[in-house]
Design a protein around this ligand. Structure first.
Ligand code: G16
Length: 544
């Protein structure tokens, strides 16, 4: 018999999940009852049946271990019969999705604030994934939010903490906790999709890589896959010991925050290939020697080369991209005569399409790429996909990308982020843009003419659910566009994202830097949004 305690509590009003779960500063989560309230609201909204198994793990950031002990005691009190938890409380987001699917569990809880900084004053996060291994759809996250406002009590069993560092089975009340190897199932899945012999041969031939785990969760995964299974040299991986504060860094694999890797790949005697992943291991950045691959292009290139990879050799059913992601992949889909779906930002919108067999590959401009092997984006998967394609084509990252542009044309693309803007000022920018929507179509601005303005709305083709208010689009007559969105993942003020895209079929222009090629659209974005006047900001915090 287990000793179940019922704790009285009152709801918080700020537990609305964003683009990917609930993300707040660590001190917010450390308030009495804050985490437990949210976890109880998850359990109440999903009503686990008797005998249900839960997967639990996180990216190892500060507060991960404490949170896991609380959740284990609550899972036991809420009727779960078993929890699979990664050793040390570690599971990358893709590995958690893999484990949920492989062992056909009821769902999983992932503890991560992804690419946001960690540490005692950094960010923490929590999200629920359903039995398909993917982030809960909006109807569940909305139910969790509703319950979190009304909650009056939560349950947990009175039991000692579990020894998270030692593999094996433990009891928490009448529930079994299995501490599992966080890497093994995932590494096995990767080996089943990619030609490991070919990649091993590539490394043996002298092809040099540098993978940066940014002191985050993918370190142990990278060591197992690149060093142990693929024979890469020890100096092929850097920052591969996960730290609770990510070494005081910002574990976001982009040109700004992954500067250590960028300097190596743009330096003298640079390796042939560079890659980085984020806090929870689901994002990726791909670099060649002195060359950056835009994530939107990466999705298009992987799609065009998919049949060179064993896991996708029989072809792909379709592709999907988030609305702000460039239309580079649309051109590939057209040539392959496969469907291409445009969804709102958020990996959760791909789940239904993959479950219905409508898409195989999907991706986002925010450094996320993945496939139906799991239901999360997958950083190491993207790196292995690129390495497999390079081994099969025996060409450099730059040559593969330039040949792709020469064939399909180049969707020149950039995203400008303005972080930590007071919410009121950010909302003012968005409202001002909307107010002008009626008068803009037909107007000539510089060399561009506005065709259509709208606020993107999506109807899920599988379940008919509608998601509106997903980003303001200004579409020009030549196919160029500017998109304005407020981020749903930040924790400090608001982040305005401006996505800029122009199509250029002319190879003579393909040497241009994206900022150069997009200079006029960047000016127009500033003019239309009155960003400087309304926020006082001139330069973006991050340019990708
Ligand atoms: C999350 C979502 C992604 C989204 C990204 C950025 O990624 O899973 O689908 O593209 O946030 O979202 P936003 O523009 O709203 O900040 P991650 O890696 O943070 O889980």
């Amino acid at each position: 018999m287990q000793n179940t305690l019922t704790i009285c509590t009152t709801g918080f009003n700020d537990q609305k999940p964003g683009t990917s779960g609930l993300r707040k500063r660590v001190p917010v989560f450390q308030q009495p009852h804050y985490l437990a309230n949210f976890v109880q609201s998850i359990f109440d909204s999903i009503s686990p049946p008797p005998g249900a198994t839960l997967v639990l793990g996180g990216d190892g950031r500060y507060y991960n271990r404490e949170a896991i002990q609380i959740i284990l005691k609550m899972a036991a009190a809420n009727g779960f019969s078993r929890v699979l938890v990664g050793q040390g409380g570690i599971l990358s987001t893709p590995a958690a999705s893999c484990v949920i699917r492989k062992y056909a569990t009821f769902g999983g809880i992932i503890l991560s604030a992804s690419h946001n900084p960690g540490g005692p004053e950094g960010d923490f996060g929590i999200k629920y994934n359903t039995a398909n291994g993917g982030p809960a759809p909006e109807k569940i996250t909305e139910a969790i939010f509703d319950l979190s406002k009304k909650i009056t009590q939560y349950q947990l069993v009175d039991a000692p903490d579990v020894a998270l560092d030692t593999l094996g089975d433990y009891s928490v009340g009448s529930m079994i906790v299995s501490v599992i190897d966080p890497v093994a199932d995932y590494a096995e899945l990767m080996a089943s999709l990619f030609d490991f012999d070919a990649i091993r041969g590539l490394f043996a031939s002298g092809f040099r890589i540098k993978f940066d785990a940014m002191h985050a969760v993918n370190g142990p995964y990278a060591r197992e896959i690149f060093i142990k299974r693929l024979g890469a040299t020890e100096d092929s991986i850097i920052n591969c010991v996960p730290l609770p504060d990510f070494g005081n860094g910002h574990p976001d694999p982009n040109l700004t925050y992954a500067h250590e890797l960028v300097e190596i790949l743009y330096g003298e005697n640079a390796p042939d290939f560079g890659a980085a992943s984020d806090g929870d291991g689901d994002r990726n950045m791909i670099l060649g020697r002195h060359f950056f691959v835009n994530p939107s292009d990466s999705l298009a290139i992987l799609t065009a080369n998919a049949t060179r990879v064993p896991g996708y050799s029989s072809g792909i059913a379709g592709v999907a991209r988030s609305m702000p992601t460039s239309a580079a992949v649309d051109r590939v889909a057209k040539e392959l005569a496969i469907p291409c779906f445009e969804t709102p930002t958020g990996w959760k919108f791909f789940g239904n399409l993959m479950d219905a067999g409508k898409v195989t590959l999907c991706g986002e401009e925010s450094f996320g790429t993945g496939s139906d092997h799991i239901r999360e984006k997958d950083g190491l998967w993207a790196v292995l996909f690129w390495l497999n394609v390079i081994a099969a084509r025996n060409q450099s990252v730059e040559t593969i990308t330039r040949e792709h542009w020469a064939h399909f044309g180049r969707n020149v693309y950039s995203r400008h982020d303005f972080e930590a803007i007071p919410a009121e000022a950010a909302n003012g920018v968005m409202q001002h843009l909307k107010n002008n929507f009626a008068s803009l179509p037909g107007q000539k601005i510089g060399s561009y003419t506005v065709a259509v303005c709208d606020d993107f709305s999506y109807t899920d083709p599988v379940d008919g659910s509608v998601s509106s208010g997903q980003g303001l689009r200004v579409l020009f007559t030549d196919g160029s566009r500017i998109v304005f969105r407020l981020s749903g993942t930040g924790t400090e003020g608001a982040t305005i994202r401006i996505y800029l895209e122009a199509y250029d079929p002319n190879v003579e222009n393909h040497h241009l830097d994206a900022q150069e090629a997009l200079a006029e659209l960047i000016r127009i974005a500033g003019q239309l949004s009155e960003l400087e006047a309304r926020t006082g900001r001139v330069q973006p915090t991050v340019i990708t």
